[in-house]
Write a protein that binds this ligand. Sequence first.
Ligand SMILES: Nc1ncnc2c1ncn2[C@@H]1O[C@H](COP(=O)(O)OP(=O)(O)OP(=O)(O)O)[C@@H](O)[C@H]1O
Ligand SMILES: [Mg+2]
Length: 234
Amino acid sequence: MDPLILIEQLNYTYPDGKVALQDISLNVNRGEKVAIVGANGAGKSTLLLHINGVLRGKGTIRVDGLECNTSNLGLIRAKVGVVFQNPDDQLFSITVYDDIAYGPRYQGLSREEIDQRVNKALRAVQMDAFGDRNPYRLSGGEKKRIAIATVLSMDPDILVFDEPTAGLDPRARRELIQLLQTLPQTLMIATHDLDLVELLTERMIIMNNGRIVADGPARLLLKEEELLLEHGLK
Ligand SMILES: Nc1ncnc2c1ncn2[C@@H]1O[C@H](COP(=O)(O)OP(=O)(O)OP(=O)(O)O)[C@@H](O)[C@H]1O
Ligand SMILES: [Mg+2]
């Protein structure tokens, strides 16, 4: 049986000639929580953007057995929710409610189902009272929670986060990690936050210069001081 995410020999070069991913191969099983770490420019975001087909490199990517090609893109995007680093890339409606309802509406759900999805997602991020608010007039941490809710409301199998804790105050950060701990989905998280790795993900992948240089149990890799120093993680 295929793993939930299968990536084989993925290579990606940006249009300006920058080689960003080289020979990336990795499998992720259902329910796994995986951190992707590495210095600035290592290729983490570029890799994540391939998982729901925003970027298309050379090589094979399959999500739940579906080849990541143009005809499967809609199905794959329903399975993979991506939370970008900057919530402003994710929020565009007049109200928080509309932003969270956008995905379920697009999926053609009934009004009652949409309402249930939105309320469930708001509860999950502890923002129940914020449905009528304007997303642009929220704090950074509140925006981040709403950005996560816009993805949860689509009920995806896989959640992809790019730097989820960046820019959060210590309490918001702790609450976000607690929220992530409760999520049953398969998680892939690009981060510089090794505490988050320790608290949340059993597996850690270290990237450098577009390549995977380590992939193993987080509790073991987190003890490799030299490896962490070498990749700018400490
Ligand atoms: N749109 C782009 N066009 C050209 N090169 C890009 C583009 N986006 C990123 N790159 C380059 O590709 C490489 C990988 O970038 P990427 O954003 O994937 O790194 P990252 O690991 O996410 O870094 P960070 O920790 O800073 O978020 C970098 O050298 C970066 O300069
Ligand atoms: Mg990045």
